[in-house]
Write a protein that binds this ligand. Structure first.
Ligand code: G6P
Length: 489
């Protein structure tokens, strides 16, 4: 939706409390709210790398997390609290939630962040027709600026003298520059969780906006990335468009999975229950009586995750290797994401259509070749991880991809990993994975066949090394390393 940009993002002032030494800023916060029918609010805490990373500094630390209200429930919580959330809802974490006007928020988040910057960094445009930047985009851009300004002002307001501020991701690319102007005393870091586009592709953006984004990030003392490859791409864009990176240090901090958390969580009763149901859905081969093998994938339904080509590769496998009929099941979980965007809804529909087509073409009375679930259920994801013989992670492009770093840790029999060489995780796990070009469905089908046929002892050995590489950089360390590097400047 395009609306007249307001001069300010209309964030009501929050009541004063003591100022923080460590600040994190991200679009999505650690908690979200829903309004019940009777008008009361319920809160739900989220997971993810940032939440566990921040836990490393302990709940007693002088830290605050600044985030945006995402929906009506969040906005209501902001209205009732003035934006400083009740610690009972956040697990003790101090959270400042910004009630940005819905039209401004939608233009910034859906229009600029998700439909433009996400597309640029993941190379998702169908370039004969898109992108095309006209006056509508300029209005959305004004909202993106207003939304970034709201964050910069809230951070300036919350931060103690000389505090460290860790700004997250493409939503908030302008924040470091804006915050630097307001508070030159702060130490500012920016972290990109996505890939960074190659220069020629980055230049699809209007010239002034491309430069403004780079300058925004370069307002930070440190700009950090998940892999060397993305850091180099960023540096190349700065060199080409601005002549260099100025005084900003460029850092690389890989993010791994949290082994202790995963192993404990994957053996709770709710996961055991779901294993029983999944085992029934997978079943045994009608001819050999053996338990069928599984190819597991778990993704949010993002265009960049390449779920459709994953399914087409599996179809190719069944067409080329009839010996797998009735002996393998593709367990594919595709959870809803960004459903406000039409292209995401269309993509979800395509995932379902291709799934049905494969089940119609190859399925029998006793065998569903694809078991697809689209309703988000973390316990069921862990159950699938435990049962995985093969993990399929084939994104078009991905900053890191934590699923690739979770399945080998949790899988009971040590899974083989088919991994896109365009995922950041490939830098650390490529040696023991079967690497694929994500666009090549024939090669992916071949890799799936190899993975299914891999002798068990080789698979176990590789899985051990994959699990070790996957957990080498736990989120707590990832977070502390950035803080230390920032303070050492
Ligand atoms: C993925 C990306 C992150 C990004 C997040 C936003 O996890 O790796 O870089 O911040 O998506 O997702 P959201 O659901 O908040 O749009």
């Amino acid at each position: 939706m395009v609306t007249e940009p307001p001069s300010r993002a209309q964030v009501p002032p929050a009541p004063a409390v003591s100022r923080a030494q460590v600040l994190v800023a991200s679009n999505r916060g650690p908690v979200s709210y829903t309004v019940r029918d009777d008008g009361t609010l319920t809160s739900k805490r989220g997971g993810g790398g940032l939440v566990s990373g921040l836990s490393a500094i302990g709940s007693g630390a002088d830290a605050v997390w600044v985030c945006a209200a995402l929906g009506d429930g969040d906005r209501e919580a902001v209205r009732r609290t003035g934006g400083r959330l009740d610690p009972a809802d956040t697990g003790g974490q101090r959270v400042r939630m910004l009630g940005i006007a819905p039209e401004v928020y939608s233009d910034a988040y859906n229009g600029v962040a998700n439909s433009t910057l996400w597309f640029v960094h993941h190379l998702l445009y169908q370039t004969p027709l898109e992108p095309s930047f006209g006056p509508e985009f300029r209005l959305q851009w004004a909202s993106y600026e207003a939304y970034n300004r709201a964050f910069a002002e809230a951070l300036a307001d919350e931060a103690a003298e000389g505090a460290a501020v860790l700004v997250q991701d493409y939503h908030l690319a302008l924040v470091p520059g804006m915050l630097r102007a307001l508070r030159p005393d702060l130490r500012i870091g920016h972290f990109s969780h996505t890939p960074w586009a190659p220069v020629d592709y980055y230049r699809l953006l209007p010239d002034d906006i491309g430069r403004q984004l780079l300058r925004g990030i370069l307002g930070a003392d440190r700009a950090a990335f998940l892999t060397r490859r993305w850091a180099d791409a960023f540096t190349a864009c700065c060199t080409e468009l601005l002549g260099g990176t100025g005084n900003t240090r460029i850092g690389v901090h890989g993010l791994g999975s949290d082994a202790d958390f995963l192993r404990e969580r994957a053996h709770r009763a709710d996961v055991d229950e779901r294993i029983v149901t999944l085992r029934e859905q997978i079943g045994r081969s009608t001819s050999t009586g053996e338990v069928r093998k599984t190819i597991v994938r778990v993704d949010r339904t993002e265009l960049s995750k390449n779920i459709v080509r994953g399914l087409l590769s599996y179809r190719r496998l069944l067409a080329d290797h009839p010996e797998w009929h009735d002996r393998v099941v593709h367990v594919a979980f595709a959870y809803p994401s960004r459903q406000d965007l039409e292209v995401y809804r269309d993509y979800t529909a395509e995932v379902r259509r291709v799934t049905d087509a494969i089940n119609d073409e190859f399925g029998t009375e006793d065998w569903s070749p694809v078991v697809m679930h689209v309703q988000d259920d973390f316990a069921r994801s862990l159950a699938a991880y435990r049962l995985a013989d093969v993990a399929l992670v084939n994104p078009i492009r991905d900053g890191m991809n934590l699923v690739a770093k979770e399945i080998p840790v949790v899988s009971e029999r040590g899974c083989a990993l088919v991994l896109s060489r365009e995922a950041g995780a490939y830098e650390e796990m490529g040696e023991d994975a079967l690497g694929v070009n994500p666009y090549d469905i024939s090669a992916t089908a071949k890799a799936l066949h190899e993975a299914l046929s891999m002798p068990l002892d080789e698979r176990t050995e590789r899985a051990k090394r994959l699990a070790a590489a996957a957990t080498a950089l736990p989120p707590q360390q990832w977070f502390l390393d950035q803080l230390t590097a920032l303070r050492a400047l």
